[in-house]
Design a protein around this ligand. Structure first.
Ligand code: NCD
Length: 310
């Protein structure tokens, strides 16, 4: 199955059927990754550009390796080493890159909505690897895939998302995806880090972490996005941790088989205790592994000859 829309800018660009198909292909990709020969050259002759205006370890490396395992030529461009530092606009960068005839451009950018500008100025298909506090569709796909693998499906699960919701593109994509697959979502943050429109998203909103994690099947912890925050959104990191760090006592309120997730990078002792991050309920490492499989699936479905979109 091809992905109908040219670009993946927001998770809602995908239908539930397309999401399920991405999961089916990701399961095949896991077999490829586990095999001796990881080359699965369905994108041979195709090219992928990773255009990163913000820092990244997991997302960028997994898109790069995904492209390489699929046989594509992959080029990485980071803002700090590009003509952006010489004042080039995103539109001009887009037009320049497009002349190199890439098939897929993966971009991370600090401005919400920057991907619309890119998509309007290139022939290549665009995948959003994070835009400001707006969307991070592939993180949500790998989160949903990880939960599906562990729990069978998301239908009827109670999922708590806790932390800096206001600045989290992961939370925005996760909420849409988790609800689309039938989960009940609770958002929990200090009042200053909860978006004012949160209750309109079809979720339960609470400022009390014990209430959020009670009987949860899945807890998604989020990093405090200090780089996006204005000063004074909470008194101190220590005080934040006292109320919102996932500790053994708080985890004990959730279901005994509750999964603990975090998109990374994690701040041990601030949003999650080190013991829990490394503990038996944590699937943080599996999220990274599944991120590779999901991105291989997505790239193979968006970048292959058979899937060309006009
Ligand atoms: C997330 C991001 O960049 O939005 N990280 C990631 O992609 N794995 C979350 C974060 O930076 O806290």
């Amino acid at each position: 199955m091809a992905i109908a829309k040219k670009d993946l800018l927001s998770l809602s660009d995908l239908s539930v059927d397309e999401i399920q198909e991405i999961f089916a292909v990701a399961r095949e990709m896991k077999t490829v990754i586990a095999g001796e020969d990881k080359k699965h050259p369905v994108l041979r002759g195709r090219s992928v550009i990773n255009l990163f205006y913000e820092n990244s370890t997991r997302t960028r490396s997994s898109f790069e390796i995904a492209g390489k395992y699929l046989g594509a030529d992959v080029v990485n461009i980071s803002a700090s080493s590009s003509s952006v530092t010489k004042g080039e606009s995103l539109k001009d960068t887009a037009k320049t890159i497009d002349r190199l005839a890439p098939d897929v451009i993966i971009m991370r950018h600090g401005a919400s909505g920057a991907h619309e500008v890119l998509a309007q100025n290139v022939k290549a298909r665009v995948i959003n690897a994070g835009d400001g506090a707006h969307q991070h569709p592939t993180q949500a796909l790998l989160d949903m895939f990880t939960i599906t693998e562990k729990k069978g499906s998301l239908e009827g699960l109670k999922i708590a998302i806790v932390g800096d919701i206001l600045h989290s593109r992961v939370a925005r994509s996760d909420v849409w995806g988790f609800r689309a697959l039938g989960a009940d979502v609770t958002l929990c943050a200090p009042p200053t880090l909860m978006p004012s429109h949160a209750a309109d998203l079809g979720v339960t909103v609470t400022y009390d972490m014990n209430e959020a994690v009670k009987d949860a099947d899945v807890i998604v912890m989020l990093r405090i996005q200090l780089e996006r925050q204005k000063a004074g959104m909470f008194p101190s990191v220590r005080e934040y941790a006292a109320f919102y760090c996932l500790t053994e006592e708080r985890l004990a309120l959730a279901k005994p088989d509750c999964l603990v997730m975090h998109p990374g990078p994690i701040n041990r002792g601030i949003e999650i205790s080190g013991e829990i991050a490394d503990g038996v309920q944590s699937v943080i490492d599996e999220q990274v592994e599944n991120g590779l499989a999901v991105r291989m699936a997505l790239l193979s479905m968006m970048g292959g000859y058979q899937n060309d979109v006009n």
